[in-house]
Each structure stands twice: as C-alpha cells, then as structure tokens.
Ligand binder design. Structure first.
Ligand code: ACO
Length: 325
C-alpha cells in the first residue's frame, strides 16, 4: 500500500464572459440582487465551438506540466462531470488529446460533489498500489443545460475546468475524507431526462432530451449550511485534525452566503476561506480545482499547507477531503 500526494494542478475557462448587467438584459434581475444574494458578478460561458474536452484538456495540460510528468506516465484519468460532450463517456477523448496512451479513462458523475468524490476514488486506486499516476479533472459546461428564462437558476452558473495530478508517494498527503449521499432529497436539484412517448411497433418507448436545471434554492441552501460543516468535521476527525489545523477551506463555489455560513459554523476565519465566485459563478465539478489552482498559482497556498475541500450538491451528495499541499 502506498500514500499519495497531489503534485500538480491546472485550470481553464471559456474565453467569453457575461456579467450581471449583461444578464439583466436577458431576465428581470439586477447586479445588486445577484451580488447581494450570491456574491456572483460574472461567469465564463462556452461558445458552441468550445467543448468540454477543450477546456478539460487545457486544464489537464497545466496540471501535468506543474506535476512535471509526461502524459504517457498517467495510469488513470477520471473526468468528474455532469455535462459530458458525449453521454457514452468523454474521458477517452481527453486521454487521446493529451497523448496519455497508457491511461485508462472514465467519467464520474456526482454533480457539484464530483471533484471530491473523484479525489477519493483516485486515492483508492493509488493506495491499493494498482495505479501510481492519476489525472483527476472536474469540468462542467452547465450553460448548455440552464433555462435562460429562469432567473432563479440562470444567474448562478458558469463554465470551467480544473484538474489535479495525484501520485503515489511515500508520505500520505490525503489525511482524511468523508462522503455522503441522501437520495430522499433527490428531487430538490435536477438535470433530468424527460422522456416523450414514442410509438414503436406495438410498444411505446421514451425518447427525447433533458429538462433544464430545476432547483429548490432554499432547500439546497439549508442542506449545504447544515451538512457541509458536519462532513468537514467528520473528515477532520478521520484525519486526526481539528479546525485550527486547517490553513485553507476550498469549498464548492455555489454561493458566498453558503461559504460565509459554513465558515461561521466551523469558527474558521474568513481569510482562510477561498472564494472565486465573483468571477466564475457556480462551475459545479470544476469549482474546487479552479479555486485551488488560482490560490496555488498566486502563491497563497504553500507547500505543507493543510486544505479542507468540500463539495455538495445534487444527489443529494456531499463530501470532504483533508489534504496537505
Ligand atoms: N433576480 C431578481 N429577483 C429574483 C431572482 C433574480 N435572479 N431570482 C428570484 N427572484 C425573486 C423571486 O421571484 C422572489 O420574488 P417573490 O418573493 O416576489 O416571489 C424573491 O426574489 C425571493 O426568491 P427566493 O427564491 O426566495 O430567493 P432566495 O433569497 O432564496 O435566494 C438563491 C435564491 C440565491 C438561489 C438562494 O436560495 C440560494 O443561494 N440557494 C442555494 C442554492 C444554490 O447555491 N444552488 C447552487 C446550485 S446547487 C449546488 O451547486 C450545490
């Protein structure tokens, strides 16, 4: 059995962005309403020519370069996403574009918890000695699936990708984790298949597309504020750490009020709480590695710092990892 370390990270967003003023020309809203309730001021949005693969590959190249490995070194690629270019799986296309010839590649879906669930999945392969070098990507293009007439949801989301390289390492840098699910609240946040009846010979089958995102905002808010501090506490317990040991909290970037409330419940000072919502909005599986990458590149997160990462969202699902950079 081996330990593991996170040895590189990268990120990418589509070139174009739309600020709250621009949004207020599409739906009846205002910069003041959006910023005061969510902390979001702008979001990057993908053009039809930009694919999930494009931004995932760019983020991955950054992670591979900063880990100082070659794509051929990769054993495994996990793509955490809810918005693949191809429902049959998108990770394989990323594998080929990176030139990661040896790697096995698959998609993992856990909505806004995807990155944290992916980190724990990757860790199992490394700890059992099966794989040594893993690329974990969190990427989503939710703008494809948002109802742009629904001001309760369309103001929240943005597009992006982030990636980390996780490698076998003598000293284990993943100190603890906890993952949780509650399917009883599944219908509170959905991007669901909506079949239309289609007669076929003597049968009727379902065909058609997906409904846009639907969300019970207040229920999700209550869920996050209650469950996220809890799950961080459990992961800290497994890590043998306390809140005082945390240098940085990198949460899923859903809403500034959720970040503030979680930090307050944990009694964690605001300066330890990473936030990039103002520029990116909620980028789902990408939000944690996007935020992490910016902090590392700008030199705020330093080698040896202890990080609590927490994801939460549809499923409902939520989870936390405690790791050392
Ligand atoms: N602009 C202006 N007015 C709006 C907007 C908008 N964009 N959206 C809603 N309103 C109006 C509503 O119509 C309502 O008006 P009414 O009272 O006349 O009916 C009023 O504002 C209040 O609406 P609420 O839905 O009660 O607003 P709330 O204060 O709950 O804020 C929000 C909504 C920001 C979504 C909040 O519920 C929240 O942050 N929830 C967390 C959900 C979240 O972050 N989800 C992210 C996706 S899931 C994830 O990533 C985990």
């Amino acid at each position: 059995a081996s330990g593991l370390a996170i040895t590189g990270c990268g990120s990418a967003v589509p070139a174009a962005s739309l600020n709250n003023h621009g949004l207020s020309e599409i739906v009846e809203t205002s910069d003041e309403w959006i910023a005061s309730r969510t902390g979001i001021r702008s979001r990057h949005l993908a053009s039809p020519q930009e694919s999930l693969v494009d931004i995932a590959v760019e983020a991955s190249r950054g992670a591979i370069a900063s880990a100082k490995i070659n794509p051929e070194d990769l054993d495994l690629i996990i793509l955490a996403t809810s918005t693949p270019d191809d429902l049959f799986g998108t990770a394989g296309k990323i594998q080929i574009q990176l030139g990661a010839k040896r790697a096995v590649a698959f998609d993992l879906t856990a909505a806004c918890s995807g990155f944290v669930f992916g980190m724990v999945t990757a860790a199992q392969f490394i700890r059992t000695g099966v794989y040594r070098n893993v690329l974990l990507i969190g990427a989503d293009i939710l703008s494809r699936w948002v109802d742009w007439n629904d001001r309760r949801t369309c103001i929240l989301f943005g597009d992006g990708a982030g990636a980390v390289v996780m490698q076998a390492n003598e000293q284990d840098h993943l100190l603890g984790f906890m993952l949780q699910s509650d399917g009883t609240k599944h219908d509170q946040l959905n991007l669901a298949y909506q079949p239309e009846a289609k007669p076929l010979a003597n049968l009727t089958i379902g065909q058609g597309g997906f409904a846009p995102i639907t969300m019970n905002g207040q229920e999700i808010y209550r869920f996050a504020v209650k469950r996220v501090p809890e799950v961080i506490g459990k992961a800290l317990f497994h890590a043998g750490c306390t809140v005082e040991d945390i240098d940085w909290l990198v949460m899923h970037q859903a809403n500034q009020r959720i970040l503030d409330a979680v930090a307050q419940r944990l009694k964690l000072p605001a300066e330890k709480v990473v936030s990039n919502m103002a520029e990116h909005g909620n980028t789902s599986a990408a939000s944690i590695p996007l935020a992490l990458d910016a902090e590392i590149r700008e030199g705020r997160i330093k080698v040896g710092d202890k990080i609590a990462a927490a994801g939460f969202g549809a499923g409902l699902s939520w989870g936390a990892t405690i790791f050392e950079w």
